[in-house]
Write a protein that binds this ligand. Structure first.
Ligand code: C5P
Length: 232
């Protein structure tokens, strides 16, 4: 089931709730990142959940497996719908994350791995991190590792979603930021595409920030995303 996730990149509860108050019809799926979570703590997650939104808690965990298992166990009690780890933490760490996230009744949020951040260039990967493979090869390998660990999918650029689907199967989910309307500015994003094209390439969820949050009419921009991406 495809969906549009709004990146609520705000620094305070007031700003976030004022923004969400505009959505009186369909309640959007909301991404809460580090800035808002560190500013407001778990209470902001509970508050937004209580208002009827699905939540992607984007904290990108990356630590030793035992620490990640215990942190995920705490997050599982927040009743979010999706959360994530860095695939670079290894298969063992991703398995530990999955264990920690699974509730006693066997249910759990979707668990997604970050492959390569879109801010990482191949040159930096090779010169600073001494990773000799190409970006696309590392993305494909990290996605395979995430699948082997039992995760549900990966965050990647929409232009990489096809590669991931070919490698890991159509059921393996792709969550793709870097979305812009055809008639809009790219901002600081480089590898971008439109909601309609992301749908054609095979994204399951698009993560959209400024094209909605900075729009003159955010509700209209969200509905345009839904029309282009989901067709409704
Ligand atoms: O405003 P914009 O649509 O560019 O926001 C995209 C959102 O997706 C931001 O919250 C950004 O941090 C996030 N993101 C990204 N690229 C990644 C991973 C996450 O743009 N590789």
């Amino acid at each position: 089931m495809r969906d549009v996730i709004i990146a609520c990149d705000f620094s305070s509860k007031e700003q976030t709730l004022t923004f969400l108050d505009r959505f009186t019809g369909r309640k959007p799926f909301v991404k809460i990142g580090m800035e808002l979570f560190y500013a407001e703590g778990p209470a902001i997650v509970r508050e937004i959940k209580a208002r009827g939104h699905k939540i992607f808690l984007d904290l990108k965990l990356h630590d030793i497996p035992n620490t990640v298992r215990k942190a995920m166990s705490v997050l599982s009690r927040l009743d979010v719908d999706m959360t994530n780890v860095h695939a670079a933490g290894t298969i063992d760490m991703m398995r530990a994350a999955l264990e920690g996230l699974t509730r006693p009744d066997g249910t759990r949020p979707l668990l997604i791995a970050v492959t390569q951040l879109t801010s990482t260039s191949q040159e930096r990967m090779q010169n600073e991190l001494l990773i000799g493979a190409t970006i696309n090869d590392t993305i494909a390998k990290y996605a395979q590792n995430a699948k082997e660990a039992g995760l549900d999918g990966v965050v990647c650029s929409p232009l990489e979603a096809k590669l991931v689907k070919e490698d890991c199967g159509s059921e393996f989910k792709t969550i793709t930021p870097g979305i812009r309307f055809a008639d809009a500015a790219a901002d600081d994003q480089v590898r971008i595409t439109t909601p309609a094209r992301a749908c054609e390439i095979g994204s399951d969820f698009i993560v959209v920030g400024r094209p909605i949050t900075a729009a003159a009419d955010p509700v209209e921009a969200y509905e345009r995303c839904c029309r282009e991406f989901i067709g409704e």
